[in-house]
Design a protein around this ligand. Structure first.
Ligand code: CA
Length: 254
């Protein structure tokens, strides 16, 4: 299995392409290279799928029904959750001169049809490496919880939290994909690595430790158990719209 991204063993790629044959070819080749693939056939569906699946990278066709690739890209860049999502624009040769416009609207790179799968993979890997390198120096924040990736310091409400190495990686992964539900198998793949055989029940043990470490007295439980589905980093109960006017601390009092 080729090395793709260090933090996620099988990155999820959203292929936005209205030519069914091309979409099928891309799925086949990308899956063979260890990617997970989701598809969208028009611009509107693309935005829905991004919100729903939270892919690590989007392969975005330029000419799409309903909404053009450019407009999709523009909207992705406008939303805080997808501002930094790696996007590769796919153009036909005749649209090539317009590709610069695509880059101006926020695409990270573009590739011209017809392209070789090797050229595409090289660009995808370069982008994923870059995307993964950025948060490694920064801070991940959710609710009143923060993780400094340089110092490995985890804090909640100003209180320092001590985590074992597995709990740290688990929390890092959750923080990179807040509110998304992961099965035990997905967590094993992402946190332990897919080549290591670990019983799915092991995940429960580490989730329990993580929960104990992260949730202080009277604080909201940030680790949600989804029956028969898995786990998510989430604040239980009704959520007010996220915004700076509402202090996060108020949630734990509710
Ligand atoms: Ca097209």
């Amino acid at each position: 299995m080729p090395d793709i991204a260090p933090s996620l063993s099988r990155p999820l790629v959203l292929v936005v392409e209205d030519e069914a044959a091309l979409a099928t070819m891309l799925r086949y080749n990308l899956e063979k290279q260890g990617f997970r693939v989701e598809e969208a056939a028009d611009g509107h569906e693309a935005l829905l799928r991004v919100a729903e699946m939270q892919p690590e990278l989007v392969l975005l066709d330029w000419m799409l029904p309903v909404m053009s690739g450019i407009e999709v890209c523009r909207q992705l860049r406008r939303r805080s959750t997808t501002r930094d999502l790696p996007v590769i624009m796919v153009t036909a040769r005749t649209e090539d001169q317009d590709a610069v416009r695509g880059l101006n609207t926020g695409a990270d790179d573009y590739i011209t049809k017809p392209f070789s799968i090797d050229a595409l993979l090289a660009r995808m890997r370069a982008l994923l490496r870059r995307a993964n390198a950025v948060p490694a120096k920064g801070r991940l924040v959710f609710h009143d919880l923060s993780m400094d990736l340089a110092t490995h310091r985890v804090q909640r409400n100003g209180r320092l939290i001590h985590l074992g190495p597995t709990e740290f990686r688990l929390l890092e992964f959750f923080l990179q994909h807040p509110e998304r539900v992961f099965s035990r198998e997905e967590l094993l793949d992402a946190v332990w690595g897919r080549d290591i055989h670990v019983e799915p029940r092991t995940v429960d043990v580490h989730i329990r430790r993580l929960r104990k470490a992260v949730n202080g007295d009277g604080e909201a439980d940030l680790v949600r158990t989804v029956r028969a589905a898995g786990y998510a980093l989430d604040a239980e109960g009704p959520q007010p719209a996220a915004g700076p006017t509402r202090p996060a601390a108020a949630l734990s009092q509710a």
